[in-house]
Design a protein around this ligand. Sequence first.
Ligand code: SME
Length: 156
Amino acid sequence: MIDARYVVRELQDMREEGHLSDALLRHSVRALYQADDRYNWVGVYLLTDDRLELWLHNYMGAPTEHAKIPVGQGVCGTAVAHGANQNVPDVSEFDGYLSCSPSVKSEMVVLIRAGGEIFGQFDIDSHQAEAFNEIDEAALQLIADKLAEQLARERR
Ligand code: SME
């Protein structure tokens, strides 16, 4: 299980040392991937300025063909279109699911946002069915909110 408070502290330390969002996003993905055996693929997608597409920023796990995802498509694009995190216990039941690998059974998307603005999202795949719960979502949200602080600062 990820120690989200610890990661948030690391991210804050990195900010104070002057690191930018690029480094923070990469650090978060690595920390999440290494923290939990259920997290078999961890990536960050960022929303383009025109808010039409999600572009893969960085990931750990098997290579994926989904480098760009239109808003409204797949679990990732649905999260942005609805402005809501997604917990998909069985990906085979999700209408319009974009498959990365047949091994993936469940998926969670947590938005990276500040105020009304969505910057992007964490996307996590698991080879276990029903791998994710509210505790995962809360942990991911803590980390996402810290990243949003930095992304908002760089946007100004
Ligand atoms: N499954 C996602 C696509 C991205 S991959 O999981 C890396 C979706 O349906 O949006």
